[in-house]
Ligand binder design. Structure first.
Ligand code: GLC
Length: 807
C-alpha cells in the first residue's frame, strides 16, 4: 500500500493521502532555526538547541500523534464551515474515502520546505512553510484561490502554540513555565516573553494587518475543545486579548474576499527575538512578497549547489533519487541538527554524541564543509589528553567563544559544573568513540586540501593545547593501550553497539576499527614524511592484523568478542547471538584480511542475517538474560540491539562487498534496506519511505519489517558513503580523484558530476564487458591516463571530462 510518490523533477516527496499511519516528517532550517514538521502540519521549532531553545510546543507521544503544529485554518464566512490547509488538525472527510463533497489534500516535502495543499468547496489553498537562509524566522506562505464562480468571503486564521524555551521546564515544571511567561500584541505582532529572562522572546506576525488576534492559548481553543475545533476559528474572530502568565500562542486572523478566479496571499512569520529587535524588521521585510519569492529561490539554489557537488546518474532510479536528494538531506540533517530532535527524540537530551557525530561528519564534507569543520573542532575539543572522547558532551562547555548569558539570579538552584566535572573517566568511556574521528579528519583534509589544519592547535578537553595531528595520534595510541593480554581491544563501557557491554570484556569491532583508523592516518602521515610515525603505526597495523587472524576468526565469520570471563560472543559455539553483523565488514574495509575470509564472512551475513528488509544485527536473538553479554539481552527479541534490522551497520557490508569486487552483492545489500524500495509497502513499513530509520523490527517479532525512529541515524551518512565512494567508487586521495567502481554486471555504466576543490569532474563510466570491477582505461578530456593512477586534482575553475572504461 502506498501513500505517496517521489517527484524527482522537483526533489519532493508527495504525500497523496494524508491519513498516513504515522507522522512523516521533514526538517526545515539550515542555520540556527529548525523545524521538525509532519505531513499534517504538526511539529515544533527551536532556535539552536532543542533542549534550551524551544519556540513552539510539541506534546510528545500525544494523541492525536502530532499536535500541536503550525496551522492555517480557513473559514467560509457564508456558512461558518471551517477546515485547515493541512488535513489535520480539522481533519475534514476525504474525497478519497468516497465523500462526494469531501476535501482533497496533498503534502509536498522538499529540500528545506514543506507545502500543504487543500481543495475544498471551490477553494484551493496552499501553505508553504520555509525557513530562509539567513533570518531566524519561519515563513508560512499562504495562497488562497477561489475556483468557484461566486464571490467568497473567508477568514484565514493562523495558530502556533508557544513553548517555554527549556524543554524540561516546559514539560515538567509548570510551576515555573506557567507563571513566568507572558504575551502582548502591538502593530500586528504578538510577542511572547519570559519575564525574568529578558533576552529571550519569540514573535508571530504577518504580512497584512490582521482583523483579530489571540495570544492566550485557552482563549483561542476554548474549553473542552482542541486544535480541531478552536472556538476562535468557529467564531471567525479572535478574542483580541493578551496577558501575563499561563499558556501563550500566536494567532492572527485575516478577512478576505475573493472574486471568482482570484488568489490572495498572506505570509505569517514565526520568529526568534523580540518585537522591537527582530519582529518589526522581519515583518517589514516579508510584507514584500517579492522578497518571500526571492528567499525561496535562494534556498532552492542553496540546495542545488550542494547537490551539484556530487550528482549521480545510474541505471538505478532509487539510488539516484535517494543519493541526489533524500540521503543527502538526511545526512546533512544529522550533522547540522544532531540527533535529539524528532517526534521520538523530543528534546530531553542535547549536545553531541561523540561516536555519532564523528561518523556523521565524514559523509557531508563536500556539501557542508563549514559545518563539518565546526563539528570536527568541537569533537577535538572534547577529546581528552588520554585520547578518548567524551561520550556525550555539550560543545558550548568547551568553546572559549561561546556566548555567555546575563547572570540573572534564579530561584531554582542548579549547581554549575566545572569543566573538570564534565570529563568522565575510563569507567564511562566507550572503546570506539575516538577512533571514528581519525578517518573523518583525514577525509576533511582530502576534501579541502587543508593540510595546514593538521598543524592547528586545538586544546584537549582538559585545556592543554595540541595540534590536530597530535590529537589523532593520541586517539590511535589510546586504543593501542586499551588491549587485553591476547591483543584484542578492551570493550570498556561499550563500543558501537551501546547495548553489548560484555561486562568490560573484549571487542573484535574495535580491534578492526583501530586498524581502519591507522590506515586512514597513514594516508596523511606518509605524504607528510613523518617516517617515525609511519613505522610505528605500520607496526601496530601488523600487530592487529596478526591478532585478528589468530584470535577472532570463527571458521565462517568473525567472533564478536569475549565477555569479561573470557566467554566467546558471536561464535558458532554460542546458543544465542551466534553471529553479529556490525563487525563483519571491517576486516575487509581495514584491509587486514584475505579475499577468501572477506567473501566467506559476507556470505555468512547474507545467509544468517539477511532478509527482505535488510540484515539483522544478530542471530539468533537473545531470549535469556545474560548481563555478562550486555543490556541487549534485556531487550525484546527482534527489537533494537537484540536482533532487529538495525539500519546503520547495514551500510558496512555494502562497502565490504564493493571492496571485494562483488558489485551485484553490494547493490543487493543496498537495495534490501533502501527506504525507496518500500514505497508501496507502507502497511508493513509504516515510516516515511524517503528516510532511513534507526531500526526495523526483526523476524523474531510479529511486526517484522516495521520501521522505527526515522531520520536521526548514522545510516544516512554511511549509505551515502557506501553508494558514492564504494559502489560508484568515486573517492579521494590526497591529491587525486579515484574512480574505482564495483557495480552490478548488468549496468552499462553510469555518470557522476563531482565538484572538488573548485574544479568540476564530469565522469562517465562505461561497462562494455559487463564486469563489476576493474578499470581497463581512463581518458581525461580525451587524453589517455594510466588506469591505476588517480585523476590528478585540477586547478580551480577547470572542468574536465573523465571517461573510465571497465573491463
Ligand atoms: C544508537 C546510538 C549509536 C549506537 C547505536 C547502536 O543509534 O545513537 O551511538 O552506535 O544506537 O547501539
Amino acid at each position: 500500500m502506498r501513500y505517496g510518490h517521489f517527484d524527482t523533477d522537483r526533489d519532493e516527496y508527495v504525500i497523496d493521502r494524508p491519513d498516513v499511519p504515522v507522522s512523516w516528517t521533514n526538517y526545515l532550517g539550515t542555520k540556527d532555526f529548525c523545524t521538525v514538521l509532519s505531513h499534517n502540519g504538526g511539529g515544533y521549532s527551536y532556535y539552536k538547541s532543542s533542549q534550551y531553545g524551544r519556540i513552539s510546543r510539541f506534546r510528545p507521544n500525544g494523541v492525536p500523534l502530532d499536535r500541536p503544529g503550525h496551522y492555517v485554518y480557513l473559514r467560509d464566512d457564508a456558512d461558518g464551515d471551517f477546515w485547515s490547509v493541512s488535513w489535520q488538525p480539522v481533519g475534514k472527510p476525504l474525497k478519497a474515502d468516497g465523500h462526494e463533497d469531501g476535501a482533497e489534500y496533498t503534502t509536498r516535502h522538499g529540500l528545506g520546505y514543506s507545502t500543504f495543499e487543500a481543495k475544498y468547496k471551490g477553494i484551493e489553498a496552499e501553505q508553504t512553510i520555509v525557513i530562509p537562509l539567513d533570518d531566524d524566522v519561519e515563513l508560512w506562505d499562504v495562497k488562497v484561490t477561489n475556483t468557484s464562480d461566486e464571490v467568497r468571503t473567508l477568514t484565514v486564521g493562523s495558530y502556533v502554540e508557544f513553548s517555554f524555551h527549556t524543554i524540561t521546564i516546559d514539560n515538567q515544571n509548570l510551576q515555573m513555565s506557567l507563571y513566568a511567561s507572558g504575551s502582548s500584541y502591538e502593530d500586528g505582532i504578538i510577542e511572547y516573553d519570559f519575564y525574568y529572562e529578558p533576552w529571550t522572546h519569540h514573535y508571530f506576525a504577518s504580512s497584512e494587518t490582521p482583523s483579530s488576534y489571540d495570544s492566550l492559548r485557552d482563549n483561542f481553543i476554548g474549553s473542552y475543545r482542541s486544535e480541531s475545533n478552536p472556538i476562535a476559528i468557529e467564531r471567525g474572530e479572535g478574542s483580541n486579548k493578551s496577558g501575563t502568565t499561563q499558556n501563550h500562542c500566536g494567532s492572527l486572523q485575516h478577512k478576505i474576499t475573493l472574486q471568482p478566479g482570484e488568489t490572495k496571499r498572506v505570509v505569517y512569520l514565526l520568529g526568534y527575538g523580540s518585537r522591537d529587535e527582530a519582529g518589526r524588521a522581519m515583518q517589514a521585510k516579508y510584507a514584500d512578497l517579492a522578497t518571500v519569492d526571492a528567499e525561496r529561490a535562494r534556498l532552492r539554489k542553496h540546495w542545488t549547489d550542494k547537490q551539484d557537488k556530487l550528482r549521480i546518474r545510474t541505471p538505478h532510479e532509487g539510488m539516484n533519487t535517494m543519493i541526489n536528494t533524500w540521503t543527502l538531506l538526511q545526512a546533512e540533517t544529522c550533522v547540522v541538527w544532531s540527533r535529539f530532535a524528532s517526534f521520538v527524540e523530543v528534546g530531553g537530551r542535547a549536545g553531541l554524541g561523540y561516536r555519532d557525530t564523528a561518523q556523521d561528519v565524514m559523509s557531508v564534507i563536500h556539501s557542508n564543509p563549514t559545518k563539518t569543520h565546526q563539528r570536527i573542532v568541537e569533537l577535538l575539543r572534547a577529546q581528552t589528553e588520554a585520547g578518548y572522547g567524551l561520550h556525550l558532551f555539550d560543545p558550548k562547555a568547551f568553546d572559549p567563544d561561546a556566548p555567555k548569558l546575563p547572570d540573572v539570579p534564579s530561584p531554582t538552584i542548579v549547581p554549575t559544573p566545572s569543566t573538570a566535572d564534565l570529563i568522565h573517566g575510563l569507567e564511562d568511556t566507550c572503546s570506539d568513540d575516538h577512533l571514528w574521528l581519525v578517518p573523518s579528519v583525514v577525509e576533511y583534509v582530502k576534501e579541502t586540501g587543508r593540510l595546514d589544519f593538521l598543524d592547528e592547535e586545538i586544546p584537549f578537553a582538559e585545556g592543554t593545547p595540541a595540534t590536530v595531528y597530535e590529537h589523532l595520534k593520541r586517539a590511535l595510541d589510546f586504543s593501542t593501550e586499551q588491549v587485553g593480554e591476547n591483543g584484542v581491544a578492551l570493550g570498556l563501557r561499550a563500543d558501537w553497539n551501546d547495548c553489548l557491554n560484555l561486562g568490560g570484556g573484549q571487542t573484535a569491532l574495535v580491534t578492526f576499527l583501530h586498524a581502519w583508523a591507522i590506515r586512514a592516518f597513514l594516508e596523511i602521515a606518509r605524504p607528510l614524511g613523518r617516517t617515525e610515525d609511519v613505522e610505528k603505526y605500520e607496526a601496530e597495523l601488523a600487530r592487529i592484523t596478526a591478532v585478528a587472524d589468530r584470535e577472532l576468526w570463527d571458521g565462517k565469520w568473525w567472533v564478536r568478542g569475549y565477555t569479561r570471563d573470557g566467554v566467546k560472543v558471536g561464535s558458532n559455539e554460542n546458543k544465542q547471538g551466534k553471529i553479529f553483523l556490525e563487525h563483519q565488514a571491517w576486516p575487509v574495509i581495514a584491509g587486514i584480511t584475505s579475499q577468501e575470509r572477506g567473501e566467506q564472512s559476507m556470505d555468512s551475513v547474507r545467509e544468517l542475517l539477511g532478509s527482505e528488509y535488510g540484515n539483522h544485527l544478530a542471530w539468533p536473538a537473545f531470549t535469556e538474560i545474560d548481563d555478562t553479554v550486555g543490556f541487549l539481552t534485556r531487550v525484546y527479541p527482534g527489537i533494537k540491539e537484540n536482533a532487529s534490522i538495525f539500519s546503520h551497520p547495514n551500510a558496512w557490508p555494502i562497502i565490504a562487498e564493493a571492496m571485494l569486487g562483488r558489485g551485484d552483492e553490494a547493490v543487493a545489500f543496498y537495495d534490501s534496506i533502501l527506504p525507496y524500495n518500500q514505497n508501496d509497502n507502507i502497511e508493513v513499513r509504516g515510516a516515511e519511505p524517503y528516510a532511513y530509520v534507526q531500526f526495523l523490527y526483526g523476524r523474531d517479532h510479529e511486526d517484522f519489517g516495521k520501521a522505527q525512529n526515522p531520520w536521526l541515524t548514522g545510516t544516512a551518512g554511511w549509505m551515502y558513503t557506501a553508494a558514492t565512494k564504494y559502489i560508484l567508487g568515486i573517492r579521494l586521495a590526497l591529491d587525486g580523484l579515484i574512480v574505482d567502481p564495483a557495480i552490478p554486471k548488468d549496468w552499462d555504466g553510469f555518470e557522476v558530476r563531482r565538484e572538488w576543490r573548485g574544479a568540476v569532474y564530469e565522469i562517465e563510466v562505461k561497462n562494455p564487458d559487463h564486469v563489476s570491477k576493474g578499470v581497463a582505461s581512463v581518458t581525461i578530456d580525451g587524453v589517455d591516463h594510466p588506469a591505476d593512477l588517480p585523476i590528478p586534482a585540477q586547478p580551480e575553475g577547470a572542468e574536465v571530462k573523465v571517461v573510465v572504461t571497465l573491463g
